[in-house]
Design a protein around this ligand. Sequence first.
Ligand SMILES: Cc1cc2nc3c(=O)[nH]c(=O)nc-3n(C[C@H](O)[C@H](O)[C@H](O)COP(=O)(O)OP(=O)(O)OC[C@H]3O[C@@H](n4cnc5c(N)ncnc54)[C@H](O)[C@@H]3O)c2cc1C
Length: 440
Amino acid sequence: MTRARRAAGHAALGAERDEVREPGFWAKDAPAVPACPRIETDLRVDVAIIGGGFTGLACGYYLRRHAPGLRVAVVEAHRPGSGASSRNSGLFGAYYAGWRRHMLIDAELARRFRDLGRRGYDRLMAFLAEEAIDCDVLPGDTLLLADAGQASALRAQGEGWRALGVAAEWLDGAALAEQIRTEFYAGACGLRTRWRLHPGKLMSGLAAAALRAGVPIYERSPVVDVDSTRPARLTTRRGTVTADRVVLATNAYTPRLGFGRGSVIPVHHAVLLSRPLDEAEVAAYGLAAWPARLEVGVRTHTMRLSKDGRVTMRETLGYAARNSSVWPDLDNAYEQSRAAYIVRYPWVRGLAIEDRWHCISAHTENGHVVFGPLGADHIFASVGYNGSGVVAGHYHGYLLARHLAGDTPDDYRFLCDLPRPRPLRTERERRAYIEQGVGV
Ligand SMILES: Cc1cc2nc3c(=O)[nH]c(=O)nc-3n(C[C@H](O)[C@H](O)[C@H](O)COP(=O)(O)OP(=O)(O)OC[C@H]3O[C@@H](n4cnc5c(N)ncnc54)[C@H](O)[C@@H]3O)c2cc1C
């Protein structure tokens, strides 16, 4: 994604394809996002933001705060937050996805990522306080789990965390068998500095805050074409949006919109959600000590406990052909996912599953976000959080807004200066990359 342009052939691919997007548990369990209008006529704005998730809505919200004179529109294909922002595992902390790869290689860069992560975390926490949003923030004592082949690399990573001043403890297989009641893993790195939240409540709180701040949000208005001449012109089914500047906050749907093909890789996930467990069950299943777990490696799994005792279980499914946002056989994927969890935690066999959903996240070859202007200086993006978008989505939306308001923060420049991900141009390369292993 080095040049902003009208993407050749993207009409053949079409914009995002998941026409029907049933809400998952988190969205249903949160205050409803107020109904927003569709685009029914042509609009003229200063900044058009495509995508109404964490990134797009944070960008709109902070634009109202930092540049109240600018005319802004957020254009969302479905309902605000109906993408990854209300479907994720809600694990977060003062860290940045990109840094893990650099931790043991470039200490100075790792420190900069650490500080970026801390500022992003502080901004999100300040926002929750400023807007009085209660999204069930809980301690997220998190295990990064490894099998025998991954254990020594993960152990070294734990030392990297410690060198950066992040408390990290090593647990061997025997400790894990005792503490989390599974013999599946060879070792784990325990991080006590993480948190869990309710993604649906964060999302609906953010949407409400953006609406209160006066951000016009248009829903059910998929952008089917972006003509990035100046001013840019977005085509929706019932009207166009002409804008001096455009922000792509379109996550893993971006390649289908014609940008970032090969640089932004959509990765599919299946998520299962259990009935609420009572305290005795939580204790018996070993969920109390480490309520959040993330496997490193291929087709990774995340498990977390919610405030009301529900267990969510996420599994990476892989890459679907042609950057699709649709997974071909979801019923089968959910069944396989459940089976994969039973292998890890036999008690899952008797557990009633009350909800399940699918979603895509955006990954990149080098772990960095595609951020800032795309060649031309009027089309911007923040896409590719590599599975860590709760803090990054919010903070990057903030950084983009500050830049568009004419007051560019250092963190904006730092992100723009990072090496852009190398595009994986063929289907084979993209699939192989995912099969080598990505986490969330
Ligand atoms: C299963 C799963 C678990 C995850 N767990 C975690 C976690 O524990 N912690 C963490 O930090 N991160 C996690 N993530 C990642 C995190 O959810 C995302 O990085 C984050 O939500 C991205 O926010 P966003 O606003 O950029 O994208 P999204 O929320 O996906 O929003 C993009 C929006 O753009 C809209 N859009 C797309 N194309 C168009 C178009 N053509 N026209 C108009 N609108 C369009 C979509 O409808 C969508 O609403 C997880 C992701 C998944 C899928």
